[in-house]
Design a protein. Structure first.
Lengths: 149, 338
């Protein structure tokens, strides 16, 4: 059975020492990474790799999804369907649980604050907590201005 | 203050911290693959209903913290591990350790880890590094995934030690309590117990989400992703799978190559030829995982994407499961000399 199944594996890229991929990616500016691979005699040892295009593009996909969520959050705030909190949350790749853990505000409250109308009425101290987390001023928090975009 | 400490790069952070700290404490035999294998690091789990960064929760390795704990225990080395409520207390204990000449392992989050490239900074809280000194406001850091030692200001270090969210480190630090040398006899027993525990984890955990059955379960799920999630989200899910499998820390092939290396090194302590043969199976499994990653990349880059392509993807996982099952069954049949 295993023999038959392995036929799907024609394109197999054997992890041999001389075949370790060296595709520069985000990490290679800072460090090379350790890979384990076998040499001609079948012995394992470590080599350094600059990266692999396959996983660099996986990371790209993840960040494109993040950008997509930021964009849609921005639109929803413009439509008054969500509060700027949603935008900042997506911008910092956070979710409700993480925002809650950093600010000490209950999760169900954070969830409520994602609504435009509720956010409008928040007290100054609450807003300050969110502003501190996202490292912006309260007015920037309300107006959704950032130096990152 | 700078302790006499040797920075070594490793594929995986927890292996690296474990290896460096144990070497510092006189365990000269330890290497990254041995630490990984003795700590029974190889695993697979797919947790349904749980999301990480809006994608599936998949892991190719055992739970964070266990490799250090198990390896030290197997080698009979006492361990100190502390969590803190207050950042001030956490820093004080860290400084006390450094003053006593003790390099310290710390669990940290990577989102605020300044020397990491931005592209890698998600809210992932199970990264590990070693603090081995302090010069003015800069802590000297040995991060196993980096080629060179680096540093963090006291503010930056506090921030990553008290990162929040899943697996929040809460300032956690850990280190072996005393210098001890380890005999080859002890290594021999540790290798054996590490393998046995890994057989249990991969073959005998009840339910269908962990171990070999977990790989099969994931294969089955992947078949359905295209219809259930739509092509784009299904692509993102596959990208997440590839990241968990290949990203820094895995040594490639979802840790399967490190395990192959472990079995070769284990052979020095347990001279059974089966270990070398089975090591080859893990190399094969790792290669299948990498072929699967190439297939997945085709899908998430939009080059291919029919249901047949998802079926092929699923098939790769079934092949990997088959090979790993053969490997672990073979390991379980080994007659260990008493």
């Amino acid at each position: 059975m295993i023999g038959q199944r392995l036929t799907v594996n024609k394109k197999c890229i054997l992890m041999k020492k001389e075949e370790i991929p060296q595709d520069p990616g985000a990490l290679s500016k800072i460090t090379k990474e350790v890979c384990y691979a076998v040499d001609e005699s079948g012995q394992y040892s470590t080599s350094l790799s600059d990266g692999w295009e396959v996983k660099a593009s996986a990371l790209d996909v993840a960040w494109k999804d993040v950008e997509q969520r930021i964009k849609s959050a921005k639109q929803r705030v413009a439509n008054k369907e969500a509060s700027p909190l949603l935008y900042f949350m997506e911008l910092h790749v956070m979710d409700i649980a993480i925002v809650s853990a950093y600010t000490g505000i209950w999760k169900w409250q954070v969830k409520k604050h994602l609504r435009y109308a509720v956010f409008e009425k928040l007290s100054a101290s609450r807003l300050q907590k969110y502003a501190d987390l996202f490292e912006v001023s309260v007015s920037d928090l309300k107006n959704m201005t950032t130096n990152e975009t | 203050m700078k302790l006499d400490f040797q920075h070594t790069q490793a594929a995986h952070c927890e292996n690296g911290v474990t290896t460096s700290l144990l070497r510092h404490h006189g365990v000269n035999q330890i290497t990254e693959p041995l630490a990984f294998g003795i700590g029974s690091g190889l695993f697979f789990v797919y947790i349904p209903f749980m999301k990480i960064n809006n994608g599936p929760a998949i892991a190719f390795r055992t739970q964070p913290g266990l490799i250090f704990k198990r390896t030290c225990k197997a080698l009979n080395i006492p361990v100190e591990r502390k969590k803190f409520r207050s950042a001030a207390e956490a820093e004080k204990v860290l400084m006390d350790c450094l003053r006593a000449g003790q390099p310290v392992g710390c669990q940290v989050g990577v989102y605020y880890l300044t020397y990491f490239p931005k592209e890698y900074r998600f809210h992932f809280n199970a990264h590990n590094l070693i603090v081995y000194g302090r010069e003015e406001d800069q802590y000297l850091i040995s991060d196993p995934v980096m080629e060179m030692a680096t540093s963090l200001s006291s503010y930056e270090l506090e921030r990553v030690r008290f990162a929040k969210g899943a697996f929040a480190p809460r300032g956690q630090l850990y280190y072996p309590k005393e210098k001890r040398s380890v005999t080859n006899e002890q290594m021999k027993m540790a290798v054996r117990s590490g393998i046995k525990r890994n057989i249990r984890d991969m073959l005998h955990i009840p339910g269908n989400i962990a171990g070999i059955r977990g790989i099969r379960y994931t294969a089955k799920k992947i078949r359905g992703w295209r219809d259930k999630l739509g092509p784009q989200k299904a692509g993102s899910y596959l990208a997440q799978l590839v990241r968990m499998q290949e990203e820094i820390g895995t040594g490639g092939g979802g840790f399967r190559f490190i395990y192959g290396a472990f079995l070769q090194e284990a052979h020095a302590y347990q001279p059974l030829d089966e270990l070398l043969e089975i090591s080859r199976l893990f190399t094969q499994a790792g290669d299948v995982w990498r072929s699967a990653a190439v297939q997945a990349a085709g899908i998430y880059k939009g080059r291919i994407g029919t249901q047949a392509d998802f079926n092929t993807m699923s098939e790769f996982l079934l092949v990997a499961a088959e090979i790993e099952k053969r490997a672990f069954v073979a390991l379980s049949k080994i007659k260990w000399p008493s």
